[in-house]
Ligand binder design. Structure first.
Ligand code: ADP
Ligand code: MN
Length: 177
């Protein structure tokens, strides 16, 4: 339900998880399969400068939550969005009909992150984020548990399964009231 008490024609889905768990790959496939709009939040922040500069220590932009949410508000209103981001604690709860948390085994994630060139503190922070299930805990804290789903994302087979499961949820959305 939206805050107006009327259901969106197509759901909004937040796909979250530690960097490297497969959010962007999964959303790309899911967007092709369903026609939903893939919003890669990291790219949007960069493109539209929705940040307060670069944090050299953490090696990432300091996202301006207010600018970002203002930018996304109109897109979110009508539904049909796949929001791809490694944080979930500042989006309005009312935006999302499902919250998906992708999870990856430590050894697999370690290889993906080192392949991406992560090292030192950045690598360690992200590994700890996954080990302590920070995104799943946040999702449970900030959203209704009934709409939160954790999905494994270790193999290509997992990814196809996840795309299948989520396509099913999207297709079924119009059928139940
Ligand atoms: P994120 O957007 O969460 O940071 P990406 O989608 O960019 O993650 O994936 C990171 C890397 O891991 C990419 O090289 C991608 O191909 C690979 N990858 C992601 N998910 C899987 C998976 N389920 N099985 C195999 N490889 C995957
Ligand atoms: Mn990504």
């Amino acid at each position: 339900m939206t805050d107006q008490g009327r259901k969106r024609a197509t759901p909004n889905i937040l796909v979250t998880g530690t960097p490297g768990t497969g959010k962007t790959s999964t959303c790309s496939l899911l967007a092709s399969a369903t026609g939903l709009r893939h919003i890669n939040v990291g790219e949007l922040v960069k493109e539209k400068s929705l940040h307060d500069g670069w944090d050299a220590e953490l090696d990432c932009y300091v996202v301006n939550d207010d600018l970002l949410c203002d930018e996304m508000e109109d897109m979110m209103r009508d539904g049909g969005n796949l929001v791809d981001y490694h944080n979930c604690d500042f989006f309005p709860e009312r935006w999302f009909d499902y919250v998906v948390v992708l999870q990856t085994d430590n050894s697999v994630l370690y290889d993906r992150l080192t392949n991406r060139g992560y090292m030192g503190r950045k690598l360690q922070n992200n590994m700890e984020c996954e080990i302590f299930q920070v995104l799943l805990e946040d999702a449970h804290e900030f959203y209704n548990v009934d709409i939160v789903r954790a999905l494994p994302s270790n193999t290509i087979e997992d990814m196809s399964n996840n795309v299948e499961i989520l396509s099913g949820l999207i297709r079924a959305w119009g059928n139940n009231t």
